[in-house]
Design a protein around this ligand. Structure first.
Ligand SMILES: C[S@@+](CC[C@H](N)C(=O)[O-])C[C@H]1O[C@@H](n2cnc3c(N)ncnc32)[C@H](O)[C@@H]1O
Length: 326
């Protein structure tokens, strides 16, 4: 069973964190990780137990590749065993990550996203940070590497939670955790986080304003939101609502133009709103690899016109907005 106790204790010591919330979190985590709810939990627990015992000679969190130890820290047979266990957690989507020289070439070069935003956001030094929809926690480690005091990732998809736990087994940093919960599990109006990241989550929500207001309620006054999401080119007011799938995804509900999204952030009473990046997603950034063998971006684009998705919509383009809770 993944141990969240030290992290929750650290969280409870943070000023502004309500005490009764920690008890609620404990219960929610226990419930989410009950094997009766998902029998794969037993398999993933076994993976964690089977990972070779090792002490990484270095941990690097501030470079593009999360580096846990070096190839010299393990014998070849141990590395082979490590690789077999990590493969049981396929698909690896967010990275890259190196476990003792075993390079996990993930579907996403998430370092590219981080590099697009890292110089624009408030310096993370000493901050309490929330990463909503953190996946396996790649960005949580980068946030910690950038100086955050405590980083709480949230992801209800348990396989990613166990991928994080595999990294944590070796990194052993009590100030970083990915909790097996979704944003709806957090109470509104916590008002305690210095920075809240919502990256790749907004367009999966059915109600854009509910998401924006929820994110705002989690921030302390003056705290910063980092919102990364799909956008389409268009005027203020324009929103694409896919009729069916978008880039083969069933759960994409709306894709606004940047001006529309800016107006939504204003309407949700954020201040200091800045668009800091717009990038077309390339097949260099998102692709199938030996660690993510399912379909990926090249399969989601139109075979005859790569400006379009396979359904005929504009191909994925993503924006990063910063905004502040007044
Ligand atoms: C497209 S991925 C984005 C991952 C990462 N933040 C990034 O930018 O690359 C969306 C993630 O949000 C998670 N997710 C889905 N519903 C969620 C919810 N209600 N609360 C928090 N995370 C959620 C998914 O499991 C998935 O890992």
């Amino acid at each position: 069973m993944i141990d969240y106790s030290t992290f929750l204790q650290l969280l409870s010591h943070h000023a502004n964190v309500p005490e009764n919330w920690i008890e609620t979190l404990k219960t929610q985590i226990e419930t989410a990780l009950q094997p009766q709810k998902n029998k794969d939990i037993l398999i993933w627990e076994e993976v964690l137990n089977q990972l070779p015992q090792a002490h990484p000679s270095e941990i690097v969190l501030h470079e593009n590749i999360i580096r846990i130890g070096t190839g010299n820290d393990l014998k070849q047979n141990e590395k082979n065993h490590l690789m077999v266990q990590l493969r049981r957690l396929h698909p690896w989507r967010k990275g890259p990550i190196s476990f003792f020289g075993v390079y996990i070439d993930t579907e996403w070069r998430s370092d590219m996203k981080w590099n697009r935003l890292k110089d624009h956001i408030d310096v993370l030094n000493d901050r309490l940070v929330l990463d909503v929809g953190s996946g396996n926690g790649y960005f949580c480690w980068r946030m910690r590497g950038a100086g955050a005091r405590l980083v709480m990732g949230l992801d209800p998809y348990l396989k990613y939670v166990y991928q994080f736990a595999a990294m944590q087994k070796y990194i052993t940093d009590p100030a970083v955790q990915v909790l097996p919960l979704g944003i709806d599990d957090l109470p509104s109006n916590l008002q305690c986080f210095d920075t809240v990241f919502s990256m790749g989550v907004f367009y999966h929500r059915r109600s854009p304003f509910d998401h924006l207001f929820k994110l705002k309620s989690l921030l302390r006054p003056g705290g910063q939101l980092v919102l990364e999401t799909l956008i389409v080119e268009g005027e203020k007011g324009y929103v694409l609502v896919p009729e069916g799938r978008y880039a083969k995804m069933r759960n994409v509900w709306f894709i606004p133009s940047p001006l529309t999204l800016e107006s939504w952030l204003k309407r949700a009473a954020f201040s200091d709103i800045h668009l800091v990046d717009v990038s077309l997603t390339t097949t260099q950034e998102q692709r199938k690899t030996s660690w993510m063998e399912f379909e990926s971006l090249p399969d989601f684009l139109h075979p005859e016109n790569n400006h379009l998705t396979i359904e005929g919509y504009p191909r994925p383009r993503r924006a990063i907005f910063l905004a502040r809770r007044p």
